[in-house]
Design a protein around this ligand. Structure first.
Ligand SMILES: NC(=O)c1ccc[n+]([C@@H]2O[C@H](COP(=O)([O-])OP(=O)(O)OC[C@H]3O[C@@H](n4cnc5c(N)ncnc54)[C@H](OP(=O)(O)O)[C@@H]3O)[C@@H](O)[C@H]2O)c1
Length: 263
C-alpha cells in the first residue's frame, strides 16, 4: 500500500538528504568516492577531503556535472594539525556538517614482526585519530542542533585477523569502539554513530591483492553473493545511515560484504 502522497514523497521523507551538508574524508577514491556520490545524488551538499588534488577535482567535477552540490578540501589527515585545518576548511564551504563520513584510510601491511613504530603511528593517525578528532570537532555541534550522522568505514579486520592485519586491524577494531563511544555520547541528542564494514572491495587500497586473479577469485568464492565488493555497493547503506530513516540505529557495525563474514 502506498500513501496518498505517493511513494516518491514517502521515500523522500525517509531518505532525502536535501538541505544537509556532508563531509566525506577519502571522498576522492574507492568507497568514499562512491559514498560521496550517493549522498550528493540523495540531495546533500558534499565536501570531499583528501590529499591528491587531481582526484579531488575529478570527483567534484563528476558530482557537479550531474547537478549535485560538491566541493573539495585538500588536506593531509595524518597529523593532528592537518585534521584540524581540514575540519575548519571543510566547515567553511557549505557550513557545519550534518553528516560526517570517515572513509580515508591506509593499509600498509608489513608482517607483524617487521611492523615498526612509523607504520603503527601512521596507521593510527589516519585510520583512528582523524575520525576521533573530526568527531570531536563536529559531534557536539550536531548534538546541539539535534541532528547528526557519523559514519566510519571499518573492516572485517576489526573482527578477525586477515592478510597481515597488523596495525590496520587494530585501528579498525578501535574505530568500531570509537563509534560506540560517540553513539553513547551523542545519540540522546539525535546524532547516530555507526560503522560500515566492507569485505574485499576492488579499490586502489588493495591494488597488490587485486592484481592476483587467483586470490581475487578465492575471495569472491568466500562470499555468499559470489563476487567481491564494488564501491557502489555502499551507496544504499550510506544513504540509509545518513538519512532520517536510520534515527534509531546507532552504535552498530553494518556489514556490507556479500556474506563474507557469516560463513
Ligand atoms: N577496499 C577494501 O577492500 C576495504 C576493505 C575494508 C575496509 N576498507 C576501508 O574503507 C575505506 C576506504 O577504502 P578504499 O578501498 O576506498 O581506499 P582508497 O580507494 O585507497 O581510498 C582511500 C582514500 O583515503 C584518502 N587518504 C589516504 N590517506 C590520507 C591522508 N593522510 N589524508 C587525507 N586523505 C587520505 C585517499 O586520498 P589521497 O591518497 O589523495 O589522500 C583516498 O581518497 C578505508 O577506511 C579502508 O580502510 C576498504
Amino acid at each position: 500500500m502506498t500513501s496518498q502522497r505517493g511513494p516518491h514523497a514517502y521515500l523522500s521523507e525517509l531518505f532525502s538528504l536535501d538541505g544537509l551538508v556532508a563531509v566525506v574524508t577519502g571522498g576522492s577514491s574507492g568507497i568514499g568516492r562512491a559514498i560521496a556520490g550517493a549522498l550528493a545524488r540523495a540531495g546533500a551538499s558534499v565536501v570531499v577531503v583528501a590529499r591528491r588534488e587531481s582526484e579531488l577535482v575529478a570527483t567534484v567535477e563528476e558530482l557537479t556535472a550531474e547537478g549535485g552540490r560538491a566541493a573539495w578540501v585538500g588536506a593531509d589527515l595524518s597529523t593532528r594539525d592537518g585534521v584540524r585545518a581540514a575540519a575548519e576548511k571543510a566547515a567553511a564551504v557549505f557550513g557545519e556538517p550534518d553528516i560526517l563520513v570517515n572513509s580515508a584510510g591506509i593499509n600498509l601491511r608489513p608482517p607483524m614482526g617487521e611492523l615498526g613504530e612509523d607504520v603503527w603511528d601512521a596507521t593510527m593517525a589516519v585510520n583512528l585519530e582523524a575520525p576521533y578528532l573530526l568527531g570531536l570537532r563536529f559531534g557536539p555541534g550536531m548534538a546541539e542542533r539535534g541532528f547528526g550522522r557519523i559514519i566510519h568505514l571499518t573492516s572485517q579486520q576489526a573482527h578477525r585477523a586477515f592478510v597481515q592485519s597488523g596495525a590496520y586491524g587494530v585501528s579498525k577494531g578501535a574505530l568500531e569502539s570509537l563509534a560506540r563511544s560517540q553513539a553513547e555520547a551523542w545519540s540522546p541528542h539525535g546524532v547516530t554513530c555507526n560503522t560500515l564494514v566492507p569485505g574485499f572491495v576492488m579499490t586502489p587500497l588493495n591494488t597488490r591483492l587485486s592484481a592476483d586473479p587467483e586470490r581475487v577469485a578465492a575471495l569472491a568464492a568466500r562470499t555468499m553473493v559470489g563476487r567481491n565488493g564494488l564501491a557502489e555497493d555502499f551507496a544504499g547503506a550510506a544513504v540509509f545511515l545518513a538519512s532520517r530513516a536510520s534515527g534509531y540505529v546507532t552504535g552498530q557495525a553494518i556489514f556490507v560484504d556479500g556474506g563474507f563474514s557469516v560463513h
